[in-house]
Write a protein that binds this ligand. Sequence first.
Ligand code: ZN
Length: 105
Amino acid sequence: MKEISEVPTLREISADDVVRFLNERGASPACTVCGHGYSSIHIRDNESVSVLANPSVTISNGKGTIDLTRPSITVATECDNCGHYRFFSYVKILNWADKNRGPHE
Ligand SMILES: [Zn+2]
């Protein structure tokens, strides 16, 4: 059994952080299933988004080899039309948000 090699400290990120991250990365707001243009972000309260945590996943580097074992923490968006879920890496959004704070932070 592998040790969990990366356990990020959970800090709050806002829905605005998620929207700014997705816009900056060029993510299409259109649903990949039905093409609807609007999705909702799952939030815990008005200040922060909900995160979904899987304590351990194995990551492939795309060449069929195993990189490491780490927790998988995601942020979900849900299509307002068909309900299709999309999941984004909490760690990627958090790291981006730490370097790109909004005007009120
Ligand atoms: Zn949809």
